[in-house]
Design a protein around this ligand. Sequence first.
Ligand code: SF4
Length: 445
Amino acid sequence: MDLILVHTTLRTKALHPKKIKIITLGCSKNTVDSEVLKSQLEANHFEVEHETPGPAPVVVINTCGFIDLAKEESVNTILQYADEKKAGRLEKLYVTGCLSQRYKDDLEVEIPEVDAYFGTMELPSLLNTMGATYRDELLGERSIVTASHYAYLKISEGCNRTCSFCAIPLMRGKHISRTMESLIKEAEHLANRGVKELILIAQELTYYGLDLYQKRALPELLNKLCDVEGIEWIRLHYAYPHKFPLEVIEVMKAQPKICNYLDMPLQHHSDPILKAMRRQITAADTHELINEIRAIHPEIRLRTTFLVGFPGETEEDHAALCQFVEEVKFDRVGVFEYSHEEDTRGYSLEDDVPAEIKKQRAEEIMAIQNAISLEHNEALIGQEVKVLIDRKEGGHYIGRSEYDSPEVDNEIYIDTTLGVFMPGQFVKIKITGATDYDLTGIPVH
Ligand code: SF4
């Protein structure tokens, strides 16, 4: 990793040491880690802000090291605050998270303005360095930084898979499930604070329990979470397709609180590429799995992500993926361009797909999906859907149906002249208009 930096002598001035700003970069798993950090600091009587503009004497940056773009954003953010420190506007700067876990040694040399770097499992040391003490009794407690009506629930950490493009196991380690008791307790705690929607996340959701209970325990966990009073929606992110337990779909169908929404990253649909990616599943088996899921639960909406430009990906491989996207008509699709990550198994292969071809292939898939998404959205016109209001912005309330996750999926716009609603309120909306990724609607009285 190349970081070319100019260093100057540090100058600091005494500022109030108890006010801390946390900056979170990357995915929802990092958001949860920042929420735990915030809660621990607050229990130690620090005043903590999350991503608010303006100065603070102490800043903690929770970084992402997933792919090149994410690393660049993290490094730029660290540099920005390193400059603040050099200018004497910042007393202490700490860096934690995936980038720090992966590149601590390099970062210490290249950005020495940072007072200390910590890995993903070093929360007690980070707290200690900041003059706080890790509080065991807070296990499962978090200070929510998302809108107060939804919260992520991280049911496990790490991943035992060996996907050849993926650096996550290098940064997050092996899969460790959290106990059901701690998750239920956390869900109850969140519900008591007004959370209505729980978004379950993990690197591999369906592996849950195999390490701890020697069985796939996601169905049992889901049933227990449905009993938590106050939680109205439960959403599932990041299921792995190989050996996917179809019992999960049965539970989703039986439990009205579980959103009819499943995020299952599939990555590709060409057998040579799936094999090179070490995904443990063939194109034919993937197709069969989707058919089975839809046969059991026709109401389900499927979200997936694909990775284009993996080493050796030919025009034929890409055509197979495009055809799959056209045929299956996923409800939501995201596309990543391959990033050649050192220390992954894929790093020994030649990164032979030029950047402009990767970009073009990603755009082609999204163009196919845009048309599918528009078709799906137009089919909703005239239908009534239950909408969770997320926020008020400009002249609209903006919310989501159970088929959409925050920040990545469709939103529904309701004119503010049509009613008075609060974030976190469920409202019945009749859909009146559609574009490829957004909908408009009117309240049904
Ligand atoms: S299952 Fe997901 S997190 Fe685990 S190695 Fe594969 S891509 Fe990475």
